[in-house]
Design a protein around this ligand. Structure first.
Ligand SMILES: Nc1nc2c(ncn2[C@@H]2O[C@H](COP(=O)(O)OP(=O)(O)OP(=O)(O)O)[C@@H](O)[C@H]2O)c(=O)[nH]1
Length: 784
């Protein structure tokens, strides 16, 4: 098929009116990340008996870091019967401060000895950004797991990336965790990725706390952020704290449940100084407490009754209600502070323990494979048979590291476990707890825990059991790639092996990264969630596998579909000389709605409505394969086809000349031919683009968006009128070169982010132009 070659020609789409496309120019606020100078060669991994460093680190960094071995114990390392447990994820929009917050959490819980900031002056970087690339660029690329203790609780934490290109990392974390902290910038409030994270949290029913960070920044306003949570995310959110001072005066918070103030004093804010509510803040505290009461009364019967009787709940009643309604996802308590200035983090940790659920409080279901995938509630009891989900794979120098969430039963070193999906039996060689890139070996892990292990060969989202149950945990949502790149190793003779190895490993790790070989051009095509996503893998190929890669232009992933129900009656017959081929298929194709595609779970659907045996039933699977072959290449520009239902109603066969192959070819040709008559169209990815600019540039920026065929959805001025947030939908093909243009239009003061919205039909003139390009390219290839 010819998708890549055609796409390579496209670059900026006709009508877009933009300059030449280039990988770097699409970056927007994500800037070109990989061109900055690299760190010195890293030191080899060090290993002590209990403490293993997984990723290589630069030499200077080793000096700064504590290499204190983590302790091991003979059986499980924590007595989970006598301790509270929390499994939480920290998710947010880009640069909201997730990693900075996690660094403080690790410091206050005694997990690390000193604080290193993202892009900090000491050049070390935060603990959870353990990849060299993350440290160099100051962004999180992979989710990282760690654990700590806070008071009477053991907390597993996963810090996730904010860039939409790495959204699968958030998806997999939220799929397996019991609670989340949604971090928001105190100035910008709800941003485009907060909306995505919110959708992901809702998809997996993840109870969450919100943390309004960066209250030390100029223009911070927690009350505006809470309004955003209510209006934009439709959350029943209310503050459980009031800040003491904002911007430079931000020193602490008032707990409006307990009616106590907390200042964070001493070095790194370690001294929590408790006091009374300052008189000048009493009015706002009472107002916010009344608001909290009202919001809780809406969803909680006990508080509702007290509210009606105009009785004040005790702090205990307040806390119990907040917990009940947070766990049931009906309420979101809002905490606040400044991670960077060490304010508010300890009280947020109290909130994690007080309001987020124990693993057994969150309902989880497995699917009964023997009974049509009927959901079965899992028990979270360590004495029940094992059920665990492999949610993340990572290649390390010690082999594949598989992260697992145990839903039921226990994992014990040396015991066998069975991969429900492949049927393979595996002996558990090593179980470890992860602390970013370090790990601690343990002998067993129980229901409700999140651990990692070596020697477990599986795919991401495989379920493991003791071999006696046919239950599988439901998998996660995987978004479709929107951008492709033709790639090849610079030195084909030497690097081919490592090139193939790297691609196999990467695609196993990351289901949003796809690789295929274009059947016409024979090029290897890498598809992913955006240019940054693809760029990071190309850089990793160089660093981890020594493969220099030559890449083509980044291309948009177009698709094709049909609009009209169209019948087919197709005969495939070759009966002259040698073994014959005979097959006939009769039926129709019709368009599917977006909802139908979603519900079906695959881009196209095959329906067999044959009555009788004109087509012998053993050939039905071949007919479906033939349909799938045809869907790889649409009628117009050779892109993959989506949203087509093929209904097979009848046909004919021959006693000698019919075969699997004859029916497969017959069906493929029937569909290819019919699609041409079914009013086909080309679809392109449309992105939701969010732009933040000083308001004086509004005119220039909106004009540039309309040149790029952007449809403005909203345009919100901030309270003092100095800044503007514009949300619009723009074809991805028209976004090439936008970061450079925005920079020059706004004197470098504008920022934008974008994420995939949907595929929509391209305008007629664009479709014609795409078809002409495709035709020309095909002819050139045939002539060569
Ligand atoms: N002023 C201020 N800056 C902060 C605060 N928290 C984080 N930052 C800064 O914001 C930038 C981004 O912080 P990170 O912790 O990397 O944010 P993140 O959400 O983990 O980033 P990604 O994972 O790359 O999306 C860094 O320069 C931090 O120093 C805060 O409370 N106040």
């Amino acid at each position: 098929m010819a998708t890549t070659s055609m796409l390579r020609l496209l670059g900026p789409r006709p009508g877009g009116g933009v300059g030449p496309s280039a990988l770097s120019s699409l970056a927007g606020s994500v800037a070109l990340l990989l061109s900055r100078p690299r760190r010195p060669p890293s030191q080899h991994a060090a290993r002590t008996t209990t403490h293993i460093l997984l990723h290589r680190r630069p030499r200077d960094e080793q000096r700064h870091r504590s290499s204190r071995p983590l302790s091991t114990s003979s059986s499980t390392d924590v007595d989970f019967d006598s301790i509270k447990r929390r499994n939480i994820g920290i998710s947010a929009h880009i640069d909201s401060g997730k990693t900075t917050l996690t660094e403080r959490i690790l410091y206050y819980t005694g997990k690390i000895k000193s604080i290193h900031d993202v892009r900090g002056k000491d050049g070390v970087g935060a603990k959870m950004d353990s990849m060299d690339l993350e440290r160099e660029k100051g962004i999180t690329i992979k989710s990282a797991a760690t654990f700590c203790r806070w008071k009477d609780a053991f907390i597993n934490i996963i810090d996730t990336p904010g860039h939409v290109d790495f959204t699968i990392e958030v998806e997999r974390a939220l799929r397996v965790l019991d609670g989340g902290i949604l971090v928001l910038c105190g100035v910008s409030g709800v941003q485009s990725q907060s909306l995505t994270v919110d959708r992901q949290m809702k998809r997996y029913n993840v109870p969450r706390l919100a943390f309004v960070n960066k209250l030390d920044r100029q223009g911070s306003n927690p009350w505006k952020v809470i309004n955003d949570l209510r209006n934009q995310l439709k959350l029943n959110a209310s503050a459980v704290q009031v800040p003491i001072g904002l911007e430079d005066n931000h020193v602490g918070v008032i707990d409006i449940v307990e009616m106590k103030s907390y200042a964070f004093e001493g070095e790194k804010g370690v001294n929590l100084v408790e006091g009374d509510v300052p008189p000048h803040l009493m009015d706002v505290v009472l107002e916010k407490r009344a608001e909290l009461l009202e919001r809780l009364a809406d969803v909680d019967e006990e508080i509702g009754e007290l509210f009606l009787m105009e009785e004040e709940p005790t702090p205990g009643q307040f806390k119990e209600a907040i917990r009940r309604r947070t766990v049931s996802c009906q309420f979101v308590p809002v905490f606040m502070g400044s991670a960077y200035k060490n304010k508010g983090v300890q009280k947020l940790l109290d909130g994690v323990v007080d309001y987020l659920p124990e693993p057994r409080e969150k309902k989880n279901y497995a699917l009964n494979r023997a009974k049509d995938e009927e959901p079965v509630e899992v028990s979270c009891d360590k004495n029940d048979p094992l059920l665990a989900l492999a949610f993340k794979l990572e290649e390390t120098q010690f082999g594949q590291l598989t992260y697992m969430r145990i839903y039921q039963g226990m994992l014990k070193k040396g015991n066998p476990i069975v991969n429900v999906n492949s049927g393979k039996k595996i002996k558990l060689a090593r179980i470890v707890r992860m602390h970013s890139d370090e790990m601690q070996e343990i002998d067993e892990a129980h229901a409700g825990d999140v651990v990692a292990m070596f020697g477990v060969d599986c795919r991401s989202m495989d379920t493991f059991s003791d071999g006696n149950m046919d239950l599988a945990m439901s998998t996660m949502f995987v978004p479709e790639p929107v951008m492709s790149l033709a790639i090849k190793p610079a030195d084909t003779s030497k690097m081919q092996n490592n090139f193939a190895k790297a691609l196999t490993k990467f695609t196993k790790e990351d289901p949003t990264l796809r690789v295929r070989v274009d059947s016409e051009t024979k090029e290897t095509v890498l598809s992913g969630m955006g240019e940054l996503h693809l760029e990071v893998y190309i850089e990793r190929m160089k660093r981890e596998y020594g493969v220099e890669v030559i890449s083509g232009q980044p291309n948009v992933n177009y698709k094709e579909t049909i609009a009209t129900k169209t019948p087919f009656d197709w005969l495939h017959k070759k009966q002259t000389g040698g073994a014959g081929q005979y097959a006939k298929v009769v039926g129709y194709i019709e368009p599917m709605t977006e909802e139908e595609v979603k519900a079906h779970g695959k881009p196209n659907e095959f329906k067999n409505r044959c009555i009788g045996t004109n087509i012998p039933p053993e050939y039905y699977p071949s007919c479906e394969k033939g349909m799938n072959d045809a869907m790889l290449e649409g009628a117009l520009v050779g892109c993959e086809v989506e949203g087509v239902r093929v209904v097979l109603q009848d046909g004919a066969s021959h006693a000698v000349d019919s075969s699997d192959m004859a029916f497969r070819i017959c069906m493929a040709n029937a569909i290819r031919d019919t699609m041409k008559r079914a009013n086909p169209s080309v679809l392109e990815p449309i992105m939701t683009v969010e732009i933040e600019i000083p308001s004086e540039f509004q005119g220039a920026v909106t004009a540039s968006l309309s040149r790029r065929m952007g449809m403005i959805q909203s345009s919100d001025m901030n309270d003092d009128g100095s800044g503007l947030k514009v949300e619009c939908q723009v074809p991805l093909a028209n976004m090439f070169g936008y970061s450079t243009e925005l920079r020059s239009l706004t004197q470098g003061k504008g920022e934008f982010t974008m994420e995939y919205f949907q595929h929509s039909a391209v305008p007629r003139n664009v479709q014609e132009e795409l078809m002409n390009e495709y035709k020309k390219e095909r002819e050139a290839r045939e002539a060569a």
